[in-house]
Design a protein. Structure first.
Length: 154
């Protein structure tokens, strides 16, 4: 709906894309309670927001329309806590640039395959592990790819 209305109003594609993404993501914050933000959830939130993270956080804060002062303060504290977790993970993991722990060439060399869908699937598996568990060292990433490949080949 956002994209359609903005197109009718003749906004440029880039602005339509950004605003549509913000609208899509802006309620995610409310889906998590005080203790529900696992590191993996924070990583996904940051990854999905990408360069719009600061705008998403601002929109989320502004979206608190309650007149109930206690609820508004509670939501502000939760947003503060989320932003602190983001900063902590940024310091620990370079969260803004989350990538799989191996690159495509390393996967091709390890599996002795050429470019193709298998490489992308292996990289997605590694990215998912990275999102869930944080950084893996190169040896562990290699072990995971080989285990994934063996399971897939059997």
């Amino acid at each position: 709906m956002t994209r359609k209305r903005m197109k009718e109003l003749k906004y440029p594609n880039e602005i339509r894309d950004d605003v549509s993404q913000l609208v899509f993501l802006h309620l995610r914050f409310h889906g998590y309670g005080d203790d529900a933000w696992t590191d993996a959830a924070v990583r996904r939130y940051v990854r999905d927001a990408g360069p719009l993270l600061d705008k998403l956080n601002e929109l989320t804060r502004c979206d608190c329309t309650t007149r109930n002062r206690r609820k508004a303060e509670m939501l502000a504290r939760r947003m503060d806590a989320l932003e602190e977790r983001i900063e902590l993970l940024r310091e620990q993991e370079a969260i803004d640039a989350i990538r799989p722990d191996l690159d495509g060439q390393q996967v091709m060399d390890l599996l002795d395959v050429g470019p193709g869908p298998v490489v992308g699937q292996a990289l997605r598996m590694l990215l998912e592990a990275r999102m869930e568990e944080g950084p893996l060292d190169e040896e562990e990433a290699r072990r995971r790819v080989l285990a994934w490949w063996a399971e897939r080949s059997s």
